[in-house]
Design a protein around this ligand. Structure first.
Ligand code: PLP
Length: 389
C-alpha cells in the first residue's frame, strides 16, 4: 500500500503494557472463565428505558434524516441548559455544539485552538486518549503529574513550570478518570490564575460531573475563565448512554461557530433519532439521579469493605466511576501486582502505571459492578494482600 500520513501514524494510544492485563482478562472472561472484571469503564446496566422508548418512537416517527450540523436546535437548547447547571455560567444554545460523544468534543477542542507546533499541557493521571488527541492536532504536549501524596490534586507550580512560549492550552479532568479525584476550589483557582496570566485555553473535561459526590465546581465559572474555557460534556456516564455516542462542547460562541465547519467535514451532524432521544433524556434528566446514587453507594460499599487493610491506602476516589488503591507497600510494581491478582484471585483491575507515572504503585478499581460483586472483590484483594510475597 502507499505510505500513510505521518499524522495518522502518530495517533497511537498512550496506554503502556498495563492494558494487556485488561485485554487478557477480557478474552478469558468472554471465553467463560469466572473473572470479576473491575478493569472496564462502562456501565454494567442498560440505558434508562424512558430514553430507549424515546428513541424507538423517534425511529418509528420517521426521524431518519440529516440533522443540522451543530445539532438540532432543541438539542442545543437542552445541552445549554445542562451546561448552565454543570458550569454555573448562564449558557445559550449558540455556545454549545453537539458531538458524537465526549471524545469528539475533545478532538474538536484540540482542532479548534491548536496549530501544528503549538504546545499543550496535560495533567496526569489522565484518560488514555488525551495524548493521541493532541498528536492528531500536530501539537506537542508535556505531562504534569498530580502527586499521589496530594490526593492527585495537581499543584499550580508544577503546571506553571511546564509552560513554554508555545503553550496554548491546558487539559484537566475533574472528577478524574482514573483517580476519582475531585479538584478542590483552591486547585481550580490556581489553575485559572495560570490560564489568565499566560493567556491559555483551558480544556475542562467534566464528563463525570454528575458523579462528583458533592456540588460540582467548574473552572468556567471562575473570574475571566468563560472566555477561555472549553468544557467537554457527555451523556455516556451521566445518562447511561455510552454506546449512543452523544456529547457536546461548550465555549465562546465565536469559536463554536467556527467548529460547525469541523462537523461539516467530519460527522456531518448527529444521528437524527439519537438526537431526539437525547433531547428527551436531557430535558427529563432520565436516569441521572439514579446513576449518581448507584455509584455513590457502590463507592461507599467498596471503600467500607477495603477499609483498614494493612499497607493499602485509598487515594483520590471521591467521585467518578473509579477508586485508586496505593498498593506500593505490598508490591511497588503495580503491573506485576495486577497480573498476580488476575492469576491468583481471578480479579481484573488496571495497573495505575497505565495512566501516567504518578499513578504507578496503584491499582484502579472500576465501580461498574453491583455491590455484592464489589464486596467479593474487596474480600479477594484482602486475601491476596495477606498472602502476597
Ligand atoms: N473523558 C473521560 C475522562 C473519559 O473517561 C471518557 C470515557 O471513558 C471520555 C472523556 C469519553 O467519553 P465518551 O466519548 O463516551 O463521551
Amino acid at each position: 500500500m502507499p505510505k500513510p500520513s505521518s499524522r495518522i501514524s502518530r495517533i497511537v494510544p498512550s496506554g503502556k503494557d498495563g492494558w494487556e492485563v485488561h485485554f487478557t482478562a477480557m478474552t478469558r472472561h468472554q471465553a467463560g472463565e469466572d473473572i470479576i472484571m473491575l478493569s472496564v469503564g462502562d456501565h454494567d446496566f442498560d440505558t434508562p428505558s424512558e430514553t430507549v422508548e424515546a428513541c424507538v418512537s423517534a425511529v418509528r416517527g420517521g426521524y431518519h434524516h440529516y440533522t443540522q450540523l451543530p445539532g438540532i436546535p432543541r438539542l442545543r437548547e437542552a445541552m445549554a441548559r445542562v451546561s448552565t447547571q454543570c458550569t454555573g455560567v448562564a449558557t445559550s444554545a449558540d455556545e454549545v455544539i453537539a458531538t458524537p460523544g465526549g471524545q469528539q468534543a475533545l478532538y474538536a477542542a484540540a482542532q479548534a485552538v491548536l496549530d501544528p507546533g503549538d504546545h499543550a499541557i496535560v495533567v496526569a493521571p489522565y484518560y488514555a486518549t488525551y495524548p493521541g488527541t493532541f498528536r492528531a492536532a500536530g501539537a506537542s504536549f508535556t505531562v504534569v503529574e498530580a502527586r499521589a501524596e496530594d490526593g492527585f490534586q495537581p499543584r499550580a507550580e508544577d503546571i506553571a513550570a511546564a509552560i513554554t512560549p508555545q503553550t496554548r492550552a491546558l487539559l484537566i479532568n475533574t472528577p478524574n478518570n482514573p483517580t476519582g479525584a475531585v479538584y478542590s476550589r483552591a486547585t481550580l483557582d490556581g489553575i485559572a490564575e495560570i490560564c489568565r496570566t499566560h493567556d491559555l485555553w483551558l480544556f475542562s473535561d467534566e464528563v463525570y460531573w454528575t458523579l462528583g459526590g458533592g456540588e460540582h465546581v467548574s473552572p468556567r465559572a471562575l473570574p475571566g475563565m468563560a472566555e477561555r474555557t472549553l468544557v467537554i460534556n457527555s451523556m455516556s456516564k451521566s445518562h447511561g448512554m455510552t454506546g449512543w455516542r452523544i456529547g457536546w462542547l461548550t465555549g465562546p460562541r465565536d469559536l463554536i461557530a467556527l467548529l460547525v465547519n469541523l462537523n461539516l467535514v467530519t460527522t456531518y451532524g448527529l444521528t437524527d433519532f439519537v438526537s431526539r432521544a437525547a433531547v428527551a433524556a436531557l430535558e427529563n434528566a432520565y436516569g441521572v439521579k439514579e446513576i449518581a446514587e448507584r455509584y455513590a453507594a457502590r463507592r461507599t460499599v467498596f471503600l467500607d469493605a477495603i477499609c483498614g487493610l494493612n499497607n493499602v491506602t485509598v487515594r483520590g476516589s471521591e467521585g467518578g466511576m473509579y477508586v485508586m488503591l496505593d498498593i506500593s507497600r505490598i508490591e511497588p510494581d503495580c503491573e506485576k501486582f495486577a497480573w498476580a491478582l488476575l492469576e491468583g484471585e481471578k480479579l481484573a483491575v488496571m495497573p495505575g502505571s497505565s495512566f501516567g507515572e504518578a499513578a504507578s504503585g496503584h491499582i484502579r478499581i472500576s465501580l461498574c459492578q453491583p455491590e455484592p460483586v464489589l464486596t467479593e472483590a474487596a474480600l479477594r484483594i484482602r486475601r491476596f494482600a495477606a498472602t502476597y510475597r
